[in-house]
Design a protein. Structure first.
Length: 314
């Protein structure tokens, strides 16, 4: 059984329990060390996982394990990114680095030394969808909807994941318009995380379009992508894929080993990393489009990702 070290937030006990639980194939993860900045939180997390506890991120990253998971948000600051690069085993994160994209791009790995999980484009359901798309024809329109509770992930993480999915299928948009909703206004400081809801619309030339709606205030983990094109409609969730052609006839999509919640999904990704399996990396395109969406929320104007790319030197 793969050995796991985790850095988590005190409110992530249930998430951790689900991640290390036995999977559908009888596989699981053995939590060896669980760390948290708060001593009481570290003890509670470790007790739930049956592991040792610590309050030092360096101990987690130096643990004798097969894979490390940085589950807590806002962990990958500049010091942590340096520590991750020196770690001998695979490291996964569920949150992007809390830094300006222009600063991250000056680093050798684009400021993302860890593997982002759970990635919609890297899950079991996507493997089934990718096989179906081989016979789907041209993709014209994509919509991604993702909701979660703040104990599972952040709104920024959900937005990055959704945008990565869109750019993988359609490339970088010509324009994006985005809006933030929620009780707390956005700040111009890119290192400040805001909870709430985000919606964005994207244009790709004159014949293709995409949109996303994400929220960390939805309580339950639900991700859903709708792909429209020559082949009709393809619906992808974390639990599976359905395909309906333009005549309304259901087409056969390859079976999938789906997962229902954030913890199960994280566990699936972590087991693959521990086994040396490849998981897709977040693209530079997705990071640039996310930054464009953030700027659009602030300016209340349509933004051009290519202009943003030029400004940050991407």
């Amino acid at each position: 059984m793969p050995r796991l070290a985790v850095w988590a937030h005190p409110n992530q006990i249930r998430l951790l329990e689900r991640a290390i639980a036995e999977g559908p194939q009888g596989d699981g993860l053995e939590a060896v060390l669980v760390g948290c900045e708060d001593e009481h939180g570290a003890t509670a997390l470790a007790d739930a996982a049956g592991a040792a506890s610590c309050t030092d991120l360096r101990e987690v990253l130096r643990a004798d394990v097969d894979v490390v998971w940085l589950a807590a948000p806002r962990t990958l600051d500049a010091d942590a990114r340096g520590l991750v690069r020196a770690t001998a085993v695979p490291v996964a994160t569920s949150s992007p680095p809390p830094a300006a994209l222009s600063d991250l791009l000056s680093e050798p790995d684009g400021g993302m030394p860890a593997v982002f999980i759970p990635l919609l484009r890297g899950g079991a359901a996507w493997l089934s969808a990718a096989a179906a798309l081989e016979n789907f024809g041209t993709v014209h329109c994509v919509h991604v909807s993702s909701t979660a509770g703040d104990h599972q992930t952040s709104r920024t993480s959900l937005a990055l994941d959704a945008i990565d999915f869109v750019t993988h299928l359609l490339g970088e948009p010509d324009e994006i318009w985005a809006a933030h909703a929620g009780p707390l206004p956005l700040t111009a400081d890119p290192t400040v995380e805001r909870s709430g809801h985000l919606t964005a619309a994207m244009r790709f030339g004159t014949e293709r379009a995409a949109s996303i709606t994400v929220s960390d205030g939805g309580g339950a983990w639900v991700r859903r992508a709708v792909i429209l094109g020559d082949g009709g409609r393809l619906i992808l969730t974390d639990e599976g894929v359905s395909w309906t052609d333009p005549d309304g006839v259901s087409q056969e999509a390859p079976p999938t080993e789906g997962q229902a919640n954030a913890g199960e999904l994280a566990g699936w990704h972590l087991r693959r990393l521990a086994a040396g399996r490849e998981i897709p990396r977040i693209s530079l395109e997705a990071a640039v489009v996310l930054e464009s969406a953030r700027l659009s929320c602030l300016t209340r104007q349509v933004e051009d990702p290519q202009h943003v790319r030029n400004m940050i030197g991407g």
